[in-house]
Design a protein around this ligand. Structure first.
Ligand code: OAD
Length: 255
């Protein structure tokens, strides 16, 4: 393990443009449930009932109840040492954070690590949206929203101030495409990266899982941190099987 850490650290510390791609595993030590595996959200919930446009049309109350619950769970969670180490590296320059997570913990870590400074460089590109943003199903307007969701009936669900239509969580659901602009930026970062760190993702959901493959295809070594092997492990120059919060502070620390 020590040898692997040293090798990975050498690969990452020399990078002038580091792409950091994260998934649910980076937040697991903060107490946020992952999607797959023991205790994962998709073990006890059916995505097609809760995370598709059809599910929302059929039963917006049920969908909002689930997202309201997830908001409450995540609101009680704090960034862990992995989020903090990633934020420090990004704030120092030369690293970009791209996340599949909708929990906002990279952003919180960036703001806290930046203190009185501008957190801009530490803010992640959120491929799958955010639990703490809403989008109007009528006029498409997006806004930040951290309020409590009252899903006791369809009448109490959040509505657009401007046009009165139902608001929905601003997250990407199954069967929906990612925002073209966000996706374009993510692939630009992957093509420009001279190293790529992949943390806590099962690597099963594309296009996110294609980002490390693109970086690798353009010559960037890939370092993976995950508890288990994944389809991305084959592409990785170094795979570290350990909890992200335990290894990232050392892996990303400045010499
Ligand atoms: P998954 O739940 O599929 O995978 C989590 C990964 O994190 C697994 O490979 C675990 O082995 C690993 N893991 C768990 N705890 C860890 C820890 N402490 N340190 C390091 N690794 C750890 O989550 P994602 O890959 O993020 O999409 O899932 C991708 C997408 O599938 C999600 O964004 C979501 C889901 O359906 C949408 O909702 C659109």
């Amino acid at each position: 393990m020590r040898d692997l850490l040293v090798r990975a650290r050498v690969l990452l510390s020399g990078a002038r443009s580091l792409l950091v791609l994260t998934g649910a595993g980076v937040s697991a030590e903060s107490g946020v449930p992952t999607f797959r595996g023991p205790g994962g959200l998709w073990e006890t919930h059916r995505p097609e009932d809760l995370a598709t446009p059809r599910a929302f049309t059929r039963d917006p109350r049920l969908v909002w109840e689930w997202y309201g619950w997830r908001r409450e769970v995540v609101s009680a969670c704090r960034p862990n040492p992995a989020h903090r180490a990633i934020a420090r590296r990004a704030l120092a320059g030369g690293a970009h954070v791209v996340t599949q997570n909708v929990d906002g913990l990279h952003e919180t870590a960036a703001r806290e690590e930046a203190g009185a400074e501008d957190p801009g460089r530490g803010l992640p590109l959120e491929l799958h949206g955010s639990l703490f943003r809403v989008r109007c199903t009528g006029c498409g307007r997006r806004s930040a929203d951290r309020g409590r969701i009252d899903a006791s009936s369809e009448e109490t669900l959040p509505r657009c101030e401007r046009c009165g239509a139902l608001l929905r969580p601003d997250v990407v659901w199954f069967g929906e495409g990612l925002e073209p602009e966000v996706l374009g930026r993510a692939f630009d970062l992957a093509r420009q990266a001279d190293a790529c760190l992949v943390v806590g993702t099962s690597g099963l959901v594309h296009p996110a899982a294609s980002l490390p493959l693109t970086a690798s295809g353009a010559g960037a070594p890939v370092v993976e941190v995950n508890l288990d092997p994944t389809p991305l492990s084959r592409t990785a120059a170094v795979s570290i099987r350990a909890p992200a919060g335990e290894v990232l502070p050392e892996l990303l620390s400045a010499r």
